[in-house]
Design a binder for this molecule. Structure first.
Ligand code: FMN
Length: 373
């Protein structure tokens, strides 16, 4: 499999000519202002993660809500979502053309990703002057958020949306400040969702055993490796061409041509990957497992909401977080991991390590125009 082909760069002048040629509505002008093909990677990052715009029309405000929703965590940065913007609601639909067939055959992580986007949308809606009511996808294939005007409520989680990232580096090993950790541990949850915090070498070494097993299994599976390589973006040109996927620099790896990156990643021994992640987990003073009483679409969405809430909370406290989902993604290891953690009937959904570190380069998102239905 190959990554999506490069789009030829467009000059600023050509782009502006195109803009001028089109008669555009207020929402159309907003959408076009999102698309900035002349920018370099850092410019695209600034455009992707810019602060919530003080838009004057309600339709442009809703497009800002969509943009903030797309800043959420999502598996392999596939951005598996589409948004329908309506007069009094925004719907979040799965985009199954962006599914991860190998690592996520049941679309569990896809719906979790939609839950992450939902949480960003809700936080941003409340902070920017909307009351929001969610209809979960119990029988439907999408999430609906009804929006009505309300007074804006300030919220540190809203300020954290453009700062959050999945920080994949080694952390500095410092214990998390007790008062801050208390706040993270007592974060409000969603029905059916539980969080299990693990601290101290004993508990973390148990978690590590299963992360190791997950890595050994995944990195020995050619189909897993093909899918991973398909979503890797080995250099800025590739990352900016697709505006999705896993850009090597966001994981602390150098930029290389695709042929070299493919060769390098393809020849990574499972044990090498296990050793890298072991170092990362051992540098983290805490981990958390998010678990569910049931394994269905609505429950997965709620797990995504809780993860994103937790990530925004930790971001607001300058605590970094990163996923290590390997023991949950490999079916046979998942149930052993569940028993080892003493989760009873609850199924583990996400494993996240926490700690302190410098920020890493940020990932990109496709512009809003590309995710509208
Ligand atoms: C359901 C889900 C599963 C994920 N699994 C992993 C994982 O196992 N390892 C990892 O490094 N990142 C994982 N991620 C993080 C995404 O790769 C990350 O959110 C995406 O690349 C965008 O980067 P950002 O979160 O820094 O903006 C996962 C995210 C979600 C929502």
């Amino acid at each position: 499999m190959n990554a999506s082909p490069s789009r030829p760069p467009m000059s600023r002048r050509t782009f502006l000519k195109l803009l001028a040629a089109g008669g555009v509505t207020a929402a159309g002008a907003y959408v076009l202002s999102e698309y900035a093909p002349w920018l370099d990677y850092e410019g695209q990052v600034a455009q992707t993660w810019k602060l919530f715009g003080k838009e004057t029309t309600v339709s442009a405000q809703k497009l800002e809500l969509v943009r903030y929703a797309t800043l959420a965590a999502n598996g392999h940065n596939t951005q598996p979502w589409k948004f329908a913007v309506q007069e009094n609601a925004i719907e979040i639909h799965p985009d199954t053309s962006r599914e991860l067939k190998i690592v996520d055959p049941d679309h569990r992580e896809l719906w979790i990703s939609l839950g992450c986007a939902l949480e960003n949308l809700l936080v941003a809606a409340r902070a920017s002057g909307f009351a929001a009511e969610v209809t979960y996808p119990d029988s439907a294939e999408f999430i609906r958020v009804a929006l009505t005007p309300d007074s804006p409520q300030s919220d540190p989680l809203f300020d954290a949306i453009p700062l959050r990232q999945n920080t994949r580096s080694e952390y500095d090993g410092q214990l998390i400040k007790t008062a801050d950790f208390d706040q993270v541990q007592t974060l409000p949850l969603e029905p059916g969702v539980s969080t299990h915090f693990i601290t101290g070498p004993g508990g973390l070494e148990t978690v590590l055993e299963y992360v190791n097993q997950g890595n050994l299994s995944q990195y020995a599976d050619p189909a897993f490796m093909d899918e991973l390589i398909y979503w890797l973006r080995f250099n800025k040109k590739e990352a900016m061409s697709s505006m999705d996927g896993l850009f090597s620099k966001c994981s602390g790896n150098p930029e290389v041509p695709r042929w070299l990156g493919q060769m390098f990643v393809g020849s990574t021994k499972p044990q090498q990957q296990a050793d890298i992640d072991a170092k990362k987990l051992r540098s983290s003073p805490a981990a958390v497992v998010i678990a569910l009483e049931s394994d269905d679409k609505t429950a997965w969405v709620r797990a995504g909401q809780v993860y994103e809430r937790l990530a925004l909370k930790t971001t607001s406290l300058n605590i970094k977080s990163a996923f290590l989902n390997q023991p949950i993604e490999v079916k046979d290891i998942r149930s052993q991991f569940q028993s080892a953690l003493g989760l009873g009937a609850s199924m583990p959904q996400l494993l996240v390590r926490l700690g302190y570190a410098q920020a890493m380069p940020k990932s990109l998102r496709r512009p809003v125009e590309q995710v509208l239905i």
